[in-house]
Design a protein around this ligand. Structure first.
Ligand code: F6R
Length: 611
C-alpha cells in the first residue's frame, strides 16, 4: 500500500510535495522518493532514500530548489527488495518520463521481455519501471496520449502520477483498483492516494474511479476514460481532521482494516489463480517447486493469530492436498526437538516478519538443513530475508495491534497453497477447478459478509458487552476460529474469553456455563454441523445464552440460539474466512463500548521482537 503525491500549479517548491508525503507515511514506508521538473536546468531531478521519509528529507539540499510539476512516493515494497534503485519514481531510457505507482502490474514480465528486446534498459527489479518504458515507447510529445496507449497494454492495478520533461506543463494521473484523487486548490492541483495528503492545502477533492485518466495543467484539469470519453465528477468537500482522513473516515484503524478485507483478499489472490486449469500460480515458490513435489510432511510454525491461521491451514492441507501437517507455536517449536528430514518442509506465518520466536524457529529449521517457506505481509522483513521461499500477503500495512485483515489474507494464501500443493499431488483437475472457483469468490463474499453483519455485530455488542466471560466454540475448520474470536475479544476489550473445540465442552468447560456465561457457536452448514448443533443443545439445557454464526438459510439454528449471525454459503474449508469477520466486529464494538482504544490495547505491541 504505497502513497502517492503529485502537484502542478502556482508554487514551484518541491518541498511541498515532501510535506504532503509525510501525511501518507502511515500507509507504509520502506523507502521514499520524489522527482520535479527543475525550472532552471529544464530537466527532471530525482531524490530517493531507503527508510522513513525523514531520510529523504535529510537529502534535500540546503538551498532553495525551484521546480514543478512534481511527484512523490512512499513505498511498501511488492516486487524487488528495499533499495534506492527500487524506490520510486522510475523513469525511461531518455530520462523524459518519470512516474510513481501504487499497485501491481501483473503482466510486467512479458512487457519487460518485449521492451528489452526493443532495446530498453532497466535499472530496477520493480514491475513499475516497465510503465515508464512503455510510456516512452509511445511518447510523441503529448504525455497523456502516450500514457493512454501504454495503459491499454497493461494488466494489473495502479494509481499513477506521471510527468515528462518534454511536456512539462502537465501532470497525468490514472487509476485502476488503487485509490487516487485530485485535490483542488487555489490555482493549483494535487494528485494523492488519500485526502490526508492534501488537507493542509484544500478541502475540495475529486475521487477518480477505475478506468479514469486525469490530465492536469497549472490552469485546469479534465478527466477522460481510456477511450477518450469525457467523465464528469462531483467535487467533494472533506470535513475530516488529518487523523480521520488517515483512518479513511473510520474512528479506528482496526475498523478500517476489518472493512478493508474484501480489498486485502483481492490483493492476496490477484494473478495467483488459473481457474480454467484449476491451478494456483505462486511466483515466490517457483524456485523450490521441484523440492516441494518431494515433500511428505509439513510443519506450520507461527505465533498468536498467525498460529491460528496455521491451524486452519492444517485442516486444508491434510484434507485437500493429502499432506500430513502439524501446526506449532513458534515459542514451543524452538524448545522442542523437532524431527526434520529432507521430506519435511516448514511454513512460517507472520504478518510483521519480525516476530522473534518465529524468526528463531526459522533459523533452527535452516540450521538443520530443512526447507522453509514463509507467508509474510511486510516485504523485506527479517523472515522474508531468511526463508528459502515465500508468498507475500499484499494486505497493506496493518496498524491496529489486533490482527484482522492480515489473518484472513493468511487464510486465503493457505487455501492457494493447498491448491498448489494438492495439484502437484493427487488432487483432480475438477477438484482444482472447483477450489479455484470458490477461492476467487472470496473478495465478493467478504464484502457481502461485512455488509450483512456489520450493524448486527454492533447491536449484539450493545446487548452483550457487559458480560465478563464468554465462551467460543467451533469444530474442525472453525475450531481455530473459536480460538481467534476469543483472542480478539480478550486482547482489545479485556473481557475473559475461552475458545474451545465444541467436542471438548463436556470434558470440562460445560461446568462454567450458566445464564451469565454466553457462548459464541461457530456453526456453519458443514460436515460437523450436527455435532456442533448438539453441543449447542447441551449449553441451552444449562440456560447458557448462545450467539450462533451460521450459514444463510439455516432456520433450524434459531430453535437453539438466542441470536444468529448469518454468513454467506461457501466451501467448508473457506468458511473460517467469512465466519471470523462478525467476531472481529463484535470484539471491536465491545472494546469501544467498554471505553477502550481497540487500536492500542494495553500491554501489547504490534510486533513482538523479544522472547
Ligand atoms: C493478535 C495478534 C498477535 C500476532 C502475533 C504474531 O491479534 O496480532 O497474536 O498475530 O503476535 O505476529 P506476526 O504475525 O507479526 O508474527
Amino acid at each position: 500500500m504505497c502513497g502517492i503525491v503529485g502537484y502542478i500549479g502556482r508554487q514551484d517548491n518541491p518541498r511541498l510535495g515532501l510535506e504532503a508525503l509525510k501525511r501518507l507515511e502511515y500507509r507504509g514506508y520502506d523507502s521514499a522518493g520524489g522527482a520535479w521538473f527543475d525550472l532552471g536546468k529544464r530537466k527532471v531531478s530525482v531524490l530517493k532514500a531507503v527508510g522513513k521519509i525523514k531520510r529523504l528529507e535529510d537529502k534535500f539540499p540546503d538551498y532553495k530548489i525551484s521546480g514543478r510539476p512534481f511527484i512523490f512516493h512512499t513505498r511498501w515494497a511488492t516486487h524487488g527488495g528495499v533499495t534506492e534503485k527500487n524506490a520510486h519514481p522510475h523513469w525511461d531510457c531518455q530520462k523524459n518520463v518519470f512516474l510513481v505507482h501504487n499497485g501491481i502490474i501483473e503482466n510486467f514480465k512479458d512487457l519487460k521481455e518485449n521492451l528489452i528486446k526493443e532495446g530498453h534498459r532497466f535499472v530496477s527489479e520493480t514491475d513499475t519501471e516497465v510503465l515508464a518504458h512503455l510510456v516512452e515507447k509511445f511518447f510523441q510529445g503529448r504525455l497523456e496520449e502516450a500514457v493512454r496507449k501504454a495503459l491499454s497494454l497493461v494488466r494489473g492495478t495502479y494509481a499513477l502520477a506521471i510527468i515528462a520533461a518534454k511536456d512539462p506543463e502537465k501532470l497525468v494521473l490514472a487509476r485502476n483498483s488503487a485509490p487516487l484523487l485530485i485535490g483542488l486548490g487555489q490555482d493549483e492541483f494535487f494528485g494523492a492516494s488519500d485526502p490526508s495528503a492534501v488537507l493542509a492545502h484544500t478541502k475540495k477533492v475529486v475521487y477518480l474511479d477505475d478506468g479514469d485518466m486525469a490530465v492536469l495543467t497549472p490552469a485546469n484539469f479534465y478527466i477522460q476514460d481510456f477511450k477518450k470519453n469525457r467523465v464528469d465528477k462531483v467535487i467533494h468537500e472533506i470535513d475530516w481532521t488529518l487523523q480521520e482522513a488517515q483512518k479513511g473516515g473510520y474512528p479506528h484503524f482496526m475498523l478500517k482494516e476489518i472493512m478493508e478485507q474484501p480489498e486485502s483478499l483481492a490483493n492476496a489472490l490477484r494473478g495467483r489463480l488459473i481457474t480454467e486449469q484449476g491451478l494456483a500460480k505462486l511466483g515466490g515458490l517457483e524456485l523450490v517447486e521441484d523440492k516441494l513435489r518431494q515433500v511428505e510432511r509439513l510443519n506450520i510454525i507461527a505465533c498468536g493469530t498467525a498460529y491460528l491461521a496455521g491451524m486452519v491451514g492444517e485442516y486444508m492441507l491434510e484434507e485437500y492436498a493429502g499432506i500430513p501437517t502439524e501446526t506449532d507455536l513458534a515459542s514451543e517449536f524452538r524448545y522442542r526437538k523437532p524431527i526434520l528430514d529432507k521430506k519435511t518442509a516448514s511454513i512460517f506465518i507472520s504478518q510483521s516478519g519480525e516476530t522473534l520466536d518465529t524468526l528463531v524457529a526459522l533459523r533452527e529449521v535452516k540450521r538443520k538443513g530443512g526447507l522453509s517457506l514463509a507467508i509474510v505481509n511486510v516485504v523485506g522483513s527479517s523472515v522474508t530475508r531468511e526463508t528459502s521461499a515465500g508468498i507475500y500477503n499484499h494486505a497493506g500495512p496493518e496498524i491496529g495491534v489486533a490482527s484482522t485483515k492480515a489473518f484472513t489474507s493468511q487464510l486465503a494464501l493457505l487455501a492457494l497453497l493447498t491448491l498448489f500443493l494438492g495439484r502437484q499431488r493427487q488432487m483432480s483437475f475438477v477438484m482444482g477447478q472447483r477450489l479455484a472457483r470458490e477461492i476467487s469468490k472470496l473478495p465478493a463474499l467478504a464484502a457481502e459478509t461485512l455488509k450483512k453483519t456489520s450493524k448486527q455485530a454492533k447491536k449484539l455488542a450493545k446487548k452483550y458487552h457487559k458480560f465478563n466471560n464468554f465462551l467460543y466454540m467451533g469444530r474442525k475448520y472453525n475450531y481455530p476460529i473459536a480460538l481467534e474470536g476469543a483472542l480478539k475479544l480478550k486482547e482489545i476489550s479485556y473481557i475473559h474469553a475461552e475458545g474451545y473445540g465444541a467436542g471438548e465442552m463436556k470434558h470440562g468447560p460445560l461446568a462454567l456455563i450458566d445464564k451469565n456465561f454466553p457462548t459464541f457457536a461457530i456453526c456453519p452448514t458443514d460436515s460437523v454441523y450436527e455435532k456442533t448443533f448438539s453441543n449447542m443443545q447441551e449449553i441451552k439445557a444449562r440456560k447458557g445464552k448462545i450467539i450462533a454464526v451460521a450459514t444463510e438459510g439455516d432456520k433450524e439454528i434459531k430453535s437453539v440460539a438466542d441470536d444468529v449471525i448469518y454468513i454467506p454459503r461457501t466451501l467448508e474449508m473457506l468458511t473460517p474466512i467469512l465466519a471470523v469477520m462478525p467476531l472481529q466486529l463484535f470484539a471491536y464494538h465491545c472494546s469501544v463500548l467498554r471505553g477502550h482504544d481497540p487500536d492500542y490495547p494495553r500491554s501489547l505491541a504490534k510486533s513482538v521482537t523479544v522472547e
